[in-house]
Ligand binder design. Sequence first.
Ligand SMILES: [Zn+2]
Length: 342
Amino acid sequence: MNAPHAPALEYPFPTPPAPGTTLTVAPGVEWLRMPLPFALDHVNLWRLSTAHSRVLVDTGYGDAPTRALWDALLAGAPAPTGVICTHYHPDHAGNAAWLATRFGVPVRMTLGEWLTAQRFHAASVDGLAALFAAHGLAPAHVAALVERGNRYRSAVPEVPATFMRIIDGDDIEAAGTRWRVLVGHGHSPEHAALHAAESGLLIAGDMLLPRISTNVSISAAEPDGDPLARFLASLDALEALPAGTLVLPSHGLPFRGAALRVAALRAHHAARLAELADHVRAMHGPVAAADVLGVLFKRTLDLQQQYFAMGEAIAHLNYLWHRGALHRHVDAEGQIRFTSAA
Ligand SMILES: [Zn+2]
């Protein structure tokens, strides 16, 4: 993830709530922050309340520090009446089953996200390791990925056994207003953002972040896929939101200026794709995804960041391949390489 700046965005709430506290950003809409054990050290969650209902949107990483904060926050408070997960990632779904079971309430998610949570909870990392090996990742780093094992299961100890399905275009009543489910792709299979048109609010999940570009990675389940095209297409609906919409992102600060931010993201990806195509052309020979990490990420990457970077690099190369700018070759050993079509 990189950090293209967008100075024209407005940040009406410059100070985030302290962990375990809430900050009201609109009538009935509270902002909560939970810690994350990574360089990206926080995730934003939302509680949508009326006198009769309290819906939690996203639930934080499924570890002891976040659960202790939930315990403190919910002690003596009226119980949640529902949980919505924007997508299956651990910082969003980590406590969904735990909270839902504890309060006897349903978890609303899209089918794509629920199935993917089940799959990641059950699956080994062998498929991803094999894909990264085919794309040239050093054997020691592939071995480290296998050695590390299933990290999803440690961050999402339980996945919801049952769920209430939401689909694109559904309306959900919460915080005294109507939220339209806005499904987007490319960051996760079927990510649900929530748009309250009357209130001028968008709970964006990870689809629109003010400072960092959303991670768009290849999935081992769909190695030939084109998640970057899906992501860029999903930005159309966010770009078209009314100008005053307050965007409530999962990371960073609430902001106004969705269309500006979308324009910056489009420019960011266009520049990266052009650089990547130029680099492959200049190499005059087959290039692996592992060879282009330095083109896309101009800083030292730790092991975890290298795995993210591999996923992003393959997504960008596949985008160029699907548009005929690159040729893709698979040799007898299954090694995948790209050459310029120019
Ligand atoms: Zn995510």
